[in-house]
Design a protein around this ligand. Sequence first.
Ligand code: SF4
Length: 289
Amino acid sequence: MKIIRAEHLGMCFGVRDAIALALETAKQEPLTVLGDLVHNETVLAELRGKGIRIEQQPMEAKTRTVMITAHGASKRKMIETRSRGLNVLEATCPLVHVAHRSLAKLVGEGFHPVIIGKRDHVEVRGMTEDLVAFDVVLSEEDVMNLSAQARFGIISQTTQPIDKVRQLVRLLRERFPQSEVCFIDTVCQPTKQRQNAATDLAQKCDVVVVIGGAHSNNTHELVKTCSRFCARVHHVQTAGDLRADWFCADDIVGIMAGTSTPDSVIVAVERAITALAVNNREFSRAMDH
Ligand code: SF4
């Protein structure tokens, strides 16, 4: 069995910086993170182990300092949080800020805002909570159900695959040929790199293991991309989810990981697959004798 890692995989700078800020702050004072700092249970358990509290709403915070996650938040939520007398620390990724600014520019210029993404995702809620009128679309059907507007201004959630985003923008232009359509590409660079790497990897492998949290959007998108090019794709959160019967002795196994997956989990999964490879080889030899 041969194991190869994707050219780009694992944690992005936005998530790394947010974790570093949380750990550094927690050394000085008690800290509550509002929402899941990352969509990865291993990382969240480590943060809790350092005394960092994780709550979903500002009213649940029992510390004076609270942190907004890398996914960002709306102005409304920031004001509401500060109005409770809380000290707000922002870990919003700079590339999420770019998406917020792009959206504000489009709205300011009179475009009807359309966000390509998941309506209930924390990043998309942060983008839309300050808007009066907007649409969120994720599928061709969503685009076909939009009402006509004179001017559409489109951005996307930072972790959507760019191919899918471009396809939906194309469809919207076809559906509303009379409308002016302005699209600003806000898919972040780490997402694009991982999506491209997933395509390359899946084409070379017999089986691909994608490592990431159960609620991680970019991990789910990586699974979908790999599945377009490889029939045997498995999503695991940790090495404990691996199963020996996924692998054959002469397989080429690819390893990919989402932007919230820590290096330690990637290394553990790689080691566990290597151990399974050794066991499979010994099993094959025993069967030959
Ligand atoms: S996935 Fe992209 S936008 Fe989100 S934290 Fe990472 S770099 Fe920033």
